[in-house]
Design a protein around this ligand. Structure first.
Ligand code: SF4
Length: 473
């Protein structure tokens, strides 16, 4: 059964964590660090630990707290570990595709945790099948496992061989007999950061995962780099020639936790800067600024700072609503936004409201939110969006929806305004967004511009063919 989405946000595909730390309870440290990466995937979690000889694994569906307990953590022994939190696009594939993947090789155990999406996965998959290698899942992580285990040489040269074949987004953490490896694709689509703790070194998708283990940021892993963690400490080599950098802008806009540092920048500060830029580009004659909580909050604070208008809460969020596998009836579907938000009438009555959201994907919740503010007594509702209109799908590891489902791909600004019944509507410009991030290039903006950093024409055909053959995406 497909999960029913109550929100209207793009979905990140995974959070990854790994560490090499003799003397530390690596399973428990990974468990608490995965908690901090829960926002990057809520449908599955897993941990593999090892002493270099024997590997132990536990993984399952659900939130980190649902997958692990004292009993199963106590079996995860060793001095190194790799962990994963997963978002998946279909309910049925959750367990089959759960990570980390673990296999036994002639060179000891190999466990792989992956964040991203290989854009040439279909052709890599076909190559493996033609070589007689069977595959058990739709996950491109399984392809990575086979490419690494089937190559020759030591682990470092196997990783280089893999990087020479792979295209697209991949931040990887590998557990091997020799230590932990971190790998970032040559475009640098998805983040990967190195940290130091007393007992060793850690790797994570985001620096927010370091707070639970007391780790300090050492440096971000740069595009095309391989980092190795072992008893000697850490070492970094260039595994593949870096391509024109294409860090995902959406990490700053929505995905990453506000207390993370990405590309040397505080995510919280970037989001406030996006809000301030939005206020400069799209002012409105209004009385108050209200966020769509929680993801729109820093953007709304920035908008209020720049506009001089008071920031206040106008929508109260039920923080315990996630994805549900129960399909609501049509009537409940229309009302489902009310499961997640309630208007705070005391702040809204008679007010001209600017409501700030970080993004609009399908546009299925903005209309009900506008109506909710009106029902709460707002005299006018002006919608402001802290990123440009999303018009193109993502092939680099983000579940953005089909292009035909993206409201900005099929409707004009005025049509969207009418659709959500706002008094006015404005998005941040691409130029303004990059100005707020304080970068002129080095970022992927393909979902806004259609200007993909890698050739996706072939991938579009491959993806359709792949879905036809395997019935899964
Ligand atoms: S297309 Fe959008 S979501 Fe995908 S990597 Fe590029 S900026 Fe990120």
């Amino acid at each position: 059964m497909f999960p029913y989405e109550i929100d209207d946000k793009p979905k990140e595909e995974c959070g990854i964590f790994g560490l090499f730390a003799p003397g530390l309870d690596v399973a428990r440290t990974t468990y608490f660090s995965l908690y901090a990466l829960q926002h990057r995937g809520q449908e599955g979690a897993g941990i593999v630990t090892s002493d270099g000889q024997v590997a132990h694994i536990h993984k399952g569906t659900g939130l980190v707290a649902q997958v692990f307990n004292e009993e199963n953590l106590s079996h995860l022994k060793g001095h190194m570990a790799v962990g994963h939190t997963r978002y998946s696009t279909t309910g049925s594939s959750v367990m089959r595709n759960a990570q980390p993947y673990l296999i036994e090789t002639l060179h000891g155990p190999l466990a792989v945790a992956h964040n991203g999406n290989l854009t040439n996965a279909p052709s890599l998959r076909n190559n493996l099948l033609q070589r007689g290698i069977g595959l058990s899942s739709s996950s491109d992580t399984e392809i990575i496992v086979h490419l690494l285990s089937g190559a020759g040489g030591d682990w470092m040269s196997r990783i280089r061989t893999f990087m020479a074949q792979a295209e697209g987004a991949y931040s990887l953490i590998l557990l091997t007999r020799d230590g932990i490896f971190g790998v970032r694709d040559p475009w640098g689509f998805r983040p990967l950061v190195l940290g130091k703790i007393d007992e060793g070194y850690v790797l994570a998708s985001e620096s927010c995962a370091f707070s639970t283990s007391g780790a300090e940021i050492v440096r971000e892993i740069m595009p095309g780099e391989i980092v190795r963690l072992d008893e000697e400490g850490y070492s970094v080599v260039q595994g593949a020639h870096p391509q024109a950098r294409a860090f995902c802008t959406f990490e700053h806009i929505y995905f990453a936790r506000p207390d993370s540092v990405l590309d040397g920048k505080s995510v919280h500060h970037v989001r406030q800067a996006l809000g301030r830029q939005l206020a400069r580009e799209a002012p409105a004659d209004a009385d108050i600024v209200v966020p769509v909580p929680d993801s729109g909050t820093p953007h709304a604070i920035g908008y209020a700072q720049e506009s001089g208008l008071p920031y206040t809460e106008g929508l109260i969020k039920n923080r315990y609503i996630g994805r549900t596998f129960i399909q609501p009836t049509d009537r409940l579907r229309r009302a489902s936004v009310a499961m997640k938000f309630n208007p705070l009438a005391e702040n809204l009555v008679g007010q001209r409201v600017i409501i700030v959201d970080d993004s609009i994907v399908r546009g299925n919740t903005s209309g009900p939110l506008v109506q909710m503010l009106r029902d709460g007594g707002a005299a006018e509702v002006h919608m402001r969006v802290a990123c440009p209109p999303i018009k193109f799908p993502c092939f680099m590891g983000v579940d953005m929806a089909l292009q035909t489902e993206l409201i900005a791909a099929t409707k004009s600004l005025e049509e969207i305004r009418q659709h959500i019944n706002a008094d006015s509507l404005a998005y941040l410009s691409v130029k303004g967004m990059m100005h707020a991030i304080r970068e002129s290039d080095g970022y992927c903006n393909a979902c806004f511009t259609g200007d993909y950093p890698i050739n996706v024409q072939l991938q579009l055909q491959d993806k359709a063919q792949f879905q036809q053959v395997f019935g899964i995406g």
